[in-house]
Write a protein that binds this ligand. Sequence first.
Ligand SMILES: [Zn+2]
Length: 320
Amino acid sequence: MNSLYEDQDFGISILDTGYLRARLAASYLLVEQGHAAFIDTGTNASVRHLLSVLREKNIAPEQVDYVIVTHVHLDHAGGAGLLMQQCPNAQLVVHPRGAPHMIDPSRLMAGVEAVYGKTQTEALYGQVQPIDGERVIQAGEHFELDFQGRLLLFLDTPGHALHHFCVWDAFSRSLFTGDTFGLSYRHFDSAQGAFIFPTTTPVQFDPGALHASIKRLLELKPQHMFLTHYGKLSGDLAAFAEELHYLIDEFVRLVRLASEHGEQRHAFLTEQMMVLLLARLQAQGCSLSEAECRSYLAMDVELNAQGLEFWWDKTQAIAH
Ligand SMILES: [Zn+2]
């Protein structure tokens, strides 16, 4: 395996953006007729790596036609502006709800700073670069993009975020799912296959919408799913979808249960979610130690709990 990237069939390559740890967040490079498109970019710190892969493949930055971001969370889109500066002919393709934040990232950054604080935000993401509105294509439901004769179809897929689309590449019968089809880290692969679980990060998680979006993805009868976190899933994709549906319902059950624990709500929810996921990992034949599993899961469990609690409080406020 080349350390810079993993080539797949159909001119698709998996690039490791290097965000936080190895094989946590991917960027995808599509090559068609000597032209390139990126799907998700990682952060500013990832851009040098993306450009070096282009160089390895003898593709000039001028040959990059599109920078596509599945949604505007910064592990997916934080590097888009900087990458666009290096690729003078590229157009950004983004969900209509995400477009304003790519053109003027100040509100997006303020939101991130509210969660992480200014110092850590700066360390993780640097200065997110604005993108000229004239270079931005807004891709709503059923938008079709002709990438050098290769049709890319965009599906509006709320649930993880309202500014999220998935990209259907008919040629390879593949879906680029961003965060809609959950997380599947290669560290957890076992003889029985891959482990998968949903991502319910704040502030737009919506379980009903996520169930519906996952169903829609399966209706296309894809051969492959390319997850930003991380890499390719093939084989019995319906079984992965079933597991996601099951875990979304379990997460909702847990946050309801946790709401009875007052000040201990967050601690209760994170530990119950961790225990649930560890049990699924064990059933799945994962050979890592519990400590290793906990360490790989810790960040997502924390973010998932925050997103579930945010959703729960919002639903309760509407109900009363
Ligand atoms: Zn996300």
